[in-house]
Ligand binder design. Structure first.
Ligand code: GLU
Length: 324
């Protein structure tokens, strides 16, 4: 009997010990939120894929979620306001935010930090086949979805409009639909053309081209050449033929890269664990979307980044010998 009492006491002592070990571990659970884009784009898959790998880490105790957002500019603003910890942003938007140019004129965000570059994103202009639009200049007088404020395509389209000397009045309608709404708007004949800065292939262009006859329109005239010559973060780019119904030929355009960003204030260990989750499982990451197919880690950590690397990311890249 005595023995039994003793062993019960020992057992509850063990429980108390276990509980006191468990409590701090639970308290240490860290939550991170990654800003993405519309659900039919590629940013959403980038964020979901990173979270999937981070949530599998055994000892890091990080709970990651990646909701849909308005896109690049909204993500950087969300990081700045503390609503988001990390986000995906076009390389032109990263440059403009860090340096205080373009839509960020006069307000450089010096705490912005680069983590890595992801896939290439051509400016993608898709027009209904019955709209009569065959060139960029044919957009004049047409109904064009120029993108929601906060999206990267809106930001880049404004650069194109600036180079052309266009305003919203150049179009018979300049709608501001979210990325995820525009394919249906094109199919329903509410707009003649949509603009999306996005990796290929993606769900949105696939949705549009399977529901209506629509053509990718080249952006390769001298005004576009002028943009590419003027800004270091724009380059000529090609959307390969054969990815979408009715679009068998390569289409010349220009584009940027998708990048993953955060703030200097983000915890060093969390960023370290996040990049480790991605690069330690890189083959798995690449399989999560066809737009990731040609990614190469050493290029991802050295190209297309204008803000300084976050210290937690730099530590992992140095360990790998990818940077000095
Ligand atoms: N480039 C777009 C943006 O910055 C998002 C593209 C995507 O969601 O894949 O808003």
């Amino acid at each position: 009997m005595k023995r039994h009492v003793f062993s019960t006491a020992a057992f509850s002592g063990a429980l108390i010990a276990a509980a006191s070990f468990a409590t701090p571990a639970v308290a240490q659970e860290r939550f991170i939120t990654i800003g993405t884009g519309g659900q039919t784009g590629v940013y959403y898959v980038v964020g979901q894929s990173i979270c999937r790998l981070v949530n599998r880490l055994e000892d890091a105790n990080i709970k990651c979620n990646a909701p849909s957002t308005g896109g690049s500019v909204a993500n950087i603003n969300g990081i700045k306001s503390g609503e988001l910890d990390m986000g995906v942003a076009q390389s032109d938007v990263q440059y403009q935010a860090y340096n205080g140019t373009g839509n960020f004129e006069g307000e450089p965000y010096e705490e912005l930090r680069a983590v890595f570059r992801v896939h290439g994103e051509p400016l993608t202009l898709l027009a209904r086949a019955d709209s009569g639009i065959e060139t960029l200049d044919d957009l004049e007088g047409k109904r064009v979805n120029i993108g929601n404020p906060g999206s990267g395509q809106r930001n880049t389209m404004e650069v194109v409009m600036g180079a052309k000397g266009w305003t919203e009045d150049t179009f018979s309608l300049a709608s501001q639909l979210d990325a995820a709404e525009q394919a249906a708007a094109l199919a329903d004949n509410n707009v003649d053309a949509m603009v999306y800065v996005v990796g290929h292939p993606n769900g949105s262009i696939q949705e549009a081209t399977t529901t209506v006859d629509a053509r990718l329109i080249p952006l390769n005239d001298e005004d576009i050449q002028g943009i590419v010559d003027e800004y270091p973060y724009y380059s000529a780019s090609v959307i390969p033929g054969g990815l979408y119904r009715g679009n068998d030929e390569d289409v010349e355009t220009f584009g940027v890269a998708a990048t993953f960003v955060t703030t200097a204030e983000a915890d060093e260990d969390i960023i370290y664990q996040t990049v480790k989750a991605v690069f330690d499982n890189f083959d798995r990451f690449k399989r999560l979307h066809p737009a990731f197919e040609n990614l190469n880690p050493e290029e991802m950590v050295t190209q297309g980044l204008s803000a300084p690397l976050h210290e937690g990311a730099a530590r992992y890249y140095r360990e790998q010998g990818w940077i000095e």
